[in-house]
Ligand binder design. Structure first.
Ligand code: OAD
Length: 249
């Protein structure tokens, strides 16, 4: 497959960069077979709108349904594998002195690919927390009750992900905002740039004079403002970017 040509000016800036921040969205997991957020749900869950299930109200109304929806998503994600785009971001982390990978994705694929400097802005679907205490729960007895109960207080367990209308984890957001304010190059990859405060991060970097690069097959509200717009799939463009910046050096 012919490799996608990367603008030489971008290659040059990336080769000499000390600080790089990357924001990823569901588009980066699409090529691993994990549906993007605004793509139609499939199968049993087709009749449910994620915005109807991923809320505290939905959980209060029907905790069993919400827990089972996330269990179904966990099963789909377990069958997925990180792709060459995820692995290219691991290489970038190894090459750049101060690198931050900020993800909106809850699927854990960046971690499975080997990324370490990872900020999970919207949580992680494989972690659970107590709905009453809002504190993580590592282990619980599986007595068949759905959802399971908190071993500390007996409250219901819920996925440790950010639901609509909920605040993002403060420490993760603070780290992400600091990275956006201090980076030389900001990549926005596979996100529709619709959901705040994550969507604000590339604009913060732009406002402070950073080089902003978007990788997406479709235009987004960020597209008219970026320094470089690489139109296409993350799984194709990221390996080409890494090869032309470091391997070919
Ligand atoms: P979306 O589903 O809103 O957007 C996915 C983006 O990925 C779109 O812009 C697609 O064009 C792009 N895309 C699709 N395939 C791609 C590929 N192979 N390579 C690169 N890009 C591709 O997903 P997000 O922007 O991540 O929040 O959604 C942001 C947040 O909205 C999610 O984290 C979730 C949802 O509400 C919470 O759950 C709190």
């Amino acid at each position: 497959m012919r490799e996608v040509p990367i603008p030489s000016e971008l290659v040059n800036r990336l080769r000499h960069a000390r600080q790089v921040a990357v924001l990823t969205g569901a588009g980066v997991s699409a090529e691993s077979g994990v549906p993007t957020f605004r793509e139609a749900q499939t199968g049993l869950w087709a009749q449910y709108d994620p915005q109807e299930l991923a809320t505290p109200e939905a959980f209060r109304r029907n905790p069993k349904l919400v827990w089972e929806w996330y269990a179904w998503r966990q099963e789909r994600i377990r069958q997925a594998e990180p792709h060459a785009g995820h692995r290219a971001l691991v290489t970038m982390e190894q090459q750049i002195p101060e690198f931050s990978l900020i993800t909106q994705n809850v699927d854990g694929l960046h971690r499975r690919a080997g990324s370490h400097q990872l900020v999970e802005l919207h949580g992680n679907i494989f972690r659970a927390k107590c709905f009453s205490e809002d504190r993580p729960v590592e282990n619980w007895s599986d007595d068949g009750e759905i959802p399971p109960r908190c071993p500390r207080c007996g409250g219901l367990l819920r996925p440790d992900v950010v639901w609509f209308g909920e605040a993002l984890p403060a420490a993760a957001l603070h780290t992400a905002q600091h990275a956006a304010r201090t980076t030389e190059i900001f990549f926005s990859i596979g996100t529709s740039t619709l959901v705040y405060p994550a969507a604000d991060l590339p604009f913060v970097a732009l406002g402070l004079g950073a080089t902003v690069v978007e990788i997406n097959p479709q235009p987004t509200p960020l597209s008219p403002h970026v320094t470089f717009s690489l139109t296409g799939a993350a799984g194709e463009i990221l390996p080409a970017l890494v090869n032309q910046t470091w391997e070919a050096a």
